[in-house]
Write a protein that binds this ligand. Structure first.
Ligand SMILES: [Zn+2]
Length: 316
């Protein structure tokens, strides 16, 4: 554990934090979940268009990354849409596809910046970009907003001279199998040294009592003991830079989500930053998960805390 606070005049973090824009996160979330995109799934194409809505979302994300100066990497994975099972709880009405259901190519999109002095060590920021394949949900909180946060961090860090390498990964977790599984396996096969991983999935969603009390919240969910210090670091930077969040760490005994795909490949220093735990969105996995209901201020504060934590790790 490190002592705190340890802010110095040479600290680059405050200037980076100032560049994080709540308005950009809002704008990108609306673009991805309302207009022009609405859905991001491989089994839905807007009538009169040629590409699926997920392929259109990929074009949007890739164009944004290219505009920040990144070369965009693509990794193709075969996936199927989940089936809908009306017998299940309304928030979990998906079931495994059948073997004869159509297969589609889903892409992992990557932007990377190479570190200046320790390029072999990587800090990974990951978010799933697809919406629910079994239902027509805009998936604004899950996870257009996490995608928008990840894009914003890629933008803010584009010209920052980091010591280590940064990898911004946009994957798919609402189709089957999750494409983070392929990304994680290939990272291990390449021998990639990922020193820390932040999953941005559902940032900003607050419990009703926190919303009413105007408390912005971020839970850092971790599985492995090695990741505890990452969760602590989120709390530490929130305090040091007065980011205004109520942070909490949450130890889970279940390897899950896109960070879980990496944990299974041995990348255990991983946290999932989420607005509430248990997840408090009443529209979770439903048609009502629309951007008008997103908490952009809380998501932007989580973006700042994630940025500060990642840059502090980088400068260690
Ligand atoms: Zn999600």
């Amino acid at each position: 554990m490190r002592g705190s606070p340890r802010l110095k005049n040479s600290d680059h973090i405050p200037a980076l934090l100032k560049r994080v824009s709540h308005q950009r996160i809002r704008k990108d979330t609306f673009c991805l979940s309302k207009e022009p995109l609405r859905f991001r799934k491989l089994n839905y194409t807007i009538p009169g268009r040629t590409k699926t809505t997920l392929d259109e979302a990929d074009d949007f994300i890739a164009a944004r990354l290219a505009s920040f100066g990144y070369a965009v990497g693509r990794e193709g994975c075969l996936v199927q849409a989940f089936r809908r099972d009306l017998k299940k709880n309304i928030h979990h009405q998906y079931s495994t596809p059948h073997a004869h259901d159509p297969w589609h190519v889903a892409w992992n999109l990557s932007a990377r910046k190479v570190g200046s002095t320790v390029p072999e060590e990587t800090i990974l920021l990951i978010s799933h970009k697809d919406s629910m394949s079994w239902i027509d949900s805009p998936g604004a909180n899950d996870n257009a907003i996490g995608t928008a946060v990840n894009l914003e961090l890629a933008r803010v860090l584009a010209r920052y001279r980091s010591r280590r390498s940064f990898w911004f990964l946009f994957c798919n977790e609402e189709h089957w199998p999750w494409t983070s599984v392929t990304a994680a396996r290939n990272a291990r096969l390449r021998g990639e040294k990922i020193i820390a991983l932040f999953n941005l999935d559902g940032p900003g969603v607050r419990k009703p009592e926190d919303r009413e009390a105007d408390r912005m919240t971020c839970f850092s969910v971790y599985y492995a003991p090695e990741a505890e210090r990452l969760a602590d670091l989120m709390a530490e930077v929130n305090r040091d830079y007065a980011l205004g969040l109520v942070t909490a760490r949450h130890k889970t005994d279940r390897v899950n989500n896109d960070d879980g795909s990496f944990i299974k490949e041995g990348y255990r220093v991983a946290v999932h930053n989420i607005g509430s735990m248990p997840y408090a969105d009443p529209n979770y996995h439903l048609e009502g998960d629309v951007p008008e209901l997103c908490d952009f201020a809380s998501a932007a504060a989580t973006a700042r805390a994630t940025l500060a934590a990642a840059v502090r790790l980088d400068s260690e």
